[in-house]
Design a protein around this ligand. Structure first.
Ligand SMILES: Nc1ncnc2c1ncn2[C@@H]1O[C@H](COP(=O)(O)OP(=O)(O)OP(=O)(O)O)[C@@H](O)[C@H]1O
Ligand SMILES: [Mg+2]
Length: 221
């Protein structure tokens, strides 16, 4: 059994955070201690003299014990833009070794560490690195969140085409039903299932309210 997963998606806003938190709850329900990271985040507000990002706060709060914010989210930018654009503006570079150090600290202490990427698989972090490099350095099996909405077949195929070119283990994908009114929802999922070699881990329902115990029940490992 792996000690963690790297959560990426077909786009920004596809449900990576909600799926990450549901996964954390799922493993907590199995009696495991769980932590999470959002190594790079853009879009943040100042709170008590510190820049904080919503996803990172949600992941921090969902851990089995209180974690330092910097450990969860070592790189945070205020502007809600691609990290490479924010990094350029601030003259910042993303040090993958720092991310790996934080991750190793968490991995020593917790049974399970869930790491959320930023945007999709090929989002640049700075002028040299992108999300795929994060997954590679952490050596975690990748879970792809596919938002089941119009255009998702193309997005899923493109994402898997890129992931399959990288030397990373793939755990599978999650069909996240973000649009309850989508025409032929099941056909969309079945089409992706046929075209993508990775296993379908969960058909995650539309959840108007975030009841964590309820949504954790949608995983089966
Ligand atoms: N299964 C679902 N049912 C209902 N709403 C959902 C579902 N999945 C995601 N959402 C909603 O879609 C929005 C985006 O979800 P989320 O923040 O998890 O995406 P993300 O991929 O983590 O985004 P980002 O790229 O900003 O990190 C949120 O408002 C979330 O509540
Ligand atoms: Mg998120």
């Amino acid at each position: 059994m792996t000690q963690g997963y790297f959560i990426t998606g077909t786009d920004t806003g596809v449900g990576k955070t909600i799926i990450s938190v549901a996964l954390m709850q799922y493993f907590k329900n199995q009696g495991k201690s769980v932590a999470a990271m959002k190594p790079v985040a853009s879009g943040a507000i100042w709170k008590d003299g510190q820049l904080v990002n919503d996803d990172a706060l949600f992941l921090q709060q969902s851990a089995s014990e209180k974690l330092q914010y910097e450990l969860v989210n070592p790189y945070v930018f205020e502007e809600p833009v691609s990290p490479n654009i924010a990094a350029k503006k601030h003259g910042a570079t993303i040090c993958l070794d720092r991310v790996l150090q934080n991750f190793s600290q968490l991995q020593e202490k917790f049974d399970m560490v869930i790491v959320e990427g930023v945007g999709g698989w090929l989002v640049p972090l700075d002028s040299k690195t992108d999300v795929s490099d994060l997954a590679k350095i952490l050596k975690l099996p990748v879970i792809v969140v596919v938002a089941i909405r119009l255009g998702c077949i193309n997005h899923a195929r493109l994402t898997f085409s890129a992931i399959n070119q990288a030397d990373v283990p793939v755990a599978g994908w999650v069909a996240n039903c973000v649009d309850p009114d989508l025409v032929e929802l099941q056909e969309n999922i079945q089409t992706i299932k046929k075209m993508v070699s990775a296993p379908l881990l969960s058909v995650f329902p539309y959840v108007p309210e975030t009841n964590l115990n309820k949504i954790a029940g949608h995983f089966l490992f």
